[in-house]
Design a protein around this ligand. Sequence first.
Ligand code: LCS
Length: 400
Amino acid sequence: MEKEKLENAGFGTRAVHAGNIRDTQYGSLTMPIYQTSTFYFENCEQGGRRFAGEEGGYIYSRLGNPTTTVLENKIAALEGGEACAAAASGMGAISSCLWSIAGAGKHIIADETLYGCTFALLNHGMTEYGVEVTFTDLSNLENLTANLRENTVAVYLETPANPNLKITDIELLAKTAHEYNSDIKVVCDNTFASPVLQSPLKLGADVVVHSATKYLNGHGDVIAGFVVGSAEFITRVKMFGLKDMTGSTLGPFEAWLILRGLKTLELRVARHTESAKKIAQYLYDNEKVEHVNYPGLPSHPGHEIAKRQMRDFGGMISFEIKGGKEAGMKFCNSLKLCTIAVSLGDAETLVEHPASMTHSTYGPEDLEAAGISAGLIRLSVGLENVDDIIADFEQAFKQI
Ligand code: LCS
C-alpha cells in the first residue's frame, strides 16, 4: 500500500502494514529475524563513516537492528508519533526516557498513582541522583499549577492509571504545562489504553511510553517497552538514554514476536473491552462488591473525560469486595478458570492484589494517597468467553 494512503488507513490496516519493508532477497511475507549482535563493514573507512553518522546502515544491535526498526516504525505510526525507540522492558523504556530528560537539579512532577516500579524509579531511584520529584494527583489541575517550577522538565502520568483506573485529562494537563514552559515534556504511559483506544500525542502529550509486555504483544511471552515522540527526542533516547544510560535494548526475536502480536491488536482490544464492560456491570450489580473502578461505568469520576479522550474503555477493572482484604484474597484463591498473576493484557484473565504485589513498592501512606486500598483486586479481562469468566466469578463469590 502506498505510504500516503496508509496514513489515512484504519488502525487494523496500519497495524498490519505500517513500517513494513519488502524482502527483496527472498520475498518473505513476514519480517525476518535479524538475530545478530553486530554488522560487518566493507572496510574500516565505512565503519568510521557509520560511527560518525556520515553514512546510514547498521553498526551493532544495541544501536539498531533491522527487525527492531520495522517494529519501531510501526509503533510510531500507531501512536501518531514521528519516531519510536524500543526497549527490553517497559521499565527500560521509562528509565531511558526519563534519564534523557532529567538529571541532577531538575524537577519532575509525577502523578501519585503509577505502576509500582515506575513509582520506585521516581521515588527512591532518580531522587538518589539529585532529581527532585513531586508526587501529586494530576487529575486535579490545581495540583499541576501549584507545583510547576522553573526547573520542572517533565510531567509524568498514567491514564487510565494502574491499578485504580484513575483518568486524567491529557489535553488540559499538556496545555497548562506547556503554557508555563513549552520545553516541559509531558510523558504519558499509554499501556492500559493501548494506541487502539487512546492517542496521547494527538491530545498534546510530548512523549508516550509503553510496557509492550501487555496489550501490544498480548500473548504473555515477551517483556518489552517503547518510547514514542518527536524524531529529535527519540534520537536522544536512542543515542543517550538507551545507548549509554540503561543499555536496555530489545532483542530481535522479541521484536518479531511483538510484530506478530500487533497484527491482532485491534481485534484483541475490542474483545477485551466488550467483555470488560459486561464484567464491570456484573460486579457493579453484585451485592458482595463494595466498589468497582472502570472508566466505562457512569459512576466512575473520570467517566466523562474518558468518553472524550478514549475511543473505548479498555479491558482493565479493579474492585473491592465487602470484607476487604480477607474477602478479596478468598475470592482470588477460589477462582478456577482465572489465574492469579501480575501482568495484564494477555489472553488469560489475570487477577492480582496490588497492595501486596504490583504496588508493594509503595509505603502504607503512599498507598492511601494513591487510592490503593488494602482490599483492592485488579482484573485484566482476557479473551476467554465472557460467560465463562462470569461463571468462574459466580462460584468464587459463593465461597465468601
Ligand atoms: N507501565 C505500566 C502502566 C505497567 O503496568 C508496567 C508493568 C510497566 C510500565 C513496566 O513494564 P515492564 O517493565 O514490566 O514491561 N506492569 C505490571 C503489572 O501491573 N503487573 O506486572 C507488571
